[in-house]
Design a protein around this ligand. Structure first.
Ligand SMILES: Cc1cc2nc3c(=O)[nH]c(=O)nc-3n(C[C@H](O)[C@H](O)[C@H](O)COP(=O)(O)O)c2cc1C
Length: 164
């Protein structure tokens, strides 16, 4: 992959995925963007687990508070999220439907506590059938602070170079 204009977009509820998004940003000099829902999710674990289950089963699309103004300028969009119920959280589903990703390369990355990427990459492909969706990276949430080498090795494997 040659020099490109890349965005590292992420949703994070408790901060793990944010750490990985910043590692990507620092590694390749991509822009960075946080996907934030208008209505915040509860911080109580049981409450957010139940809300996420309901939103997934109802295919709910929460409204987002943040917007990428120049999406057309990015060829590569890293999309990061915690795995929720085996797939992407619904704010990420909203994000994928709000922009035209056709012709772009989407690079998934997630944090999780055991299920790896789960069904998330398959679901991203369903939302973005006209995009090239690459192999994703899965990092254990409890291990994000030690993941720099894993992240840079993965980026090297993808052939992504640092932007100037
Ligand atoms: C609502 C909810 C659902 C989750 N579902 C899964 C799951 O299906 N598989 C898994 O491995 N971890 C699951 N987790 C754990 C998170 O993916 C993990 O803690 C992640 O690192 C959190 O990232 P964040 O700090 O960026 O929000 C779930 C967590 C929450 C809050």
């Amino acid at each position: 992959m040659k020099k490109m204009s890349a965005l590292s977009a992420y949703f994070s509820h408790s901060g793990n995925t944010r750490v990985i998004a910043h590692q990507i940003h620092e590694n390749i000099g991509s822009d960075i963007f946080e996907i934030v829902s208008v209505d915040p999710y509860p911080s109580d674990y049981d409450e957010v687990v139940e809300q996420a289950r309901k939103e997934l089963s109802e295919e709910y699309r929460p409204k987002l508070r943040t917007k990428v103004e120049n999406m057309e300028s990015y060829k590569v969009v890293f999309v990061g999220y915690p795995v929720w119920w085996g797939t992407i959280p619904m704010p990420v589903a909203t994000f994928l439907t709000e922009y035209d990703f056709s012709g772009k390369t989407i690079v998934p990355f997630c944090t999780h506590e055991g299920s790896g990427l789960g069904r998330s990459v398959m679901d991203i492909k369903k939302f973005c059938p006209q995009s090239t969706v690459l192999e994703g990276l899965a990092v254990r949430g409890s291990n994000v602070k030690n993941a720099q080498d894993e992240v840079s090795g993965w980026l090297q494997g993808l052939g992504v170079k640092k932007e100037r």
